[in-house]
Ligand binder design. Sequence first.
Ligand code: G1P
Length: 294
Amino acid sequence: MTKNVRKAVFPAAGLGTRFLPATKSQPKEMLPLVDKPIIQYGVEEAHASGIDNIIIVTGRGKSAIEDHFDISFELEHLLEKRGKQKELDLVRKISDLIHVSYIRQKEALGLGHAVSVARELVGEEPFAVVLADDVIDAETPCLRQLKNVYEKFAGGVIAVMEVPKERISAYGVVAVEPVEFNGTKDRLYRVTDLVEKPPLEDAPSNLAIIGRYVLPPEVFDCLDRIQPGSGGELQLTDGLRLLMEQGPLYAYRFEGRRHDAGDKLGFLKATVEFALGRDDLGGEFREYLKELKL
Ligand code: G1P
């Protein structure tokens, strides 16, 4: 079977309750970090990792996502007429580079369910899952890092990072044993157990699952077998637990900086950091921040 990862599933049917009222009539995936919607960061990461088939699992009220990745004839025509080439390139760039399909998740039954909805579109090949709320700034795109592991070990691989003890219950958590990879034993692990949002005393480690996965198609049969778990939802983590019974599953402590853009404070921090990193805004913005009497 091919080890080539060509498709990425983006679950995007959530209600965005953490961002109300902003998300009452617009999807949280479309909230802009500086000037790009959150979801575009994930899509660009996939493209930079050699994954150009994007499958977005949407729900009610998410048509703005479809419009965003579509051609906007009127806008492009107007920009062309006015000679605004730079803006035109910005608008066209991403939709020219990728192929997007959409599928509806009719009910928000959980992340495991959202991924399983994409089964027909993924088919019998390995695929990535991207949780767009997790925006990852990295020299080598995080998905590319996971693909490298998948290509070598041919087993599912999950991105993980160390989080402080008091935050661990907000994540899926893995129990692991180290595996040698590229001359070190502190990046790649074999997963021996995983649990979704455990109470602190039950957390098997301080390694939290972050929203990037590369998975074999066998995970779909596993997802068909799961029962409602943490929060009464069908959890991807529980599907991965079943997958682990069939073959090795890996966790990769990726290199890069992750922002939780689905959280208000995380979103603000990401906005500040991305703005500071911009050539066109960073200088003046830095000066402005320095002037604030904090
Ligand atoms: C999801 C996953 C969880 C993971 C987290 C990372 O949870 O279920 O395992 O640690 O994303 O962002 P959510 O934050 O959607 O509740």
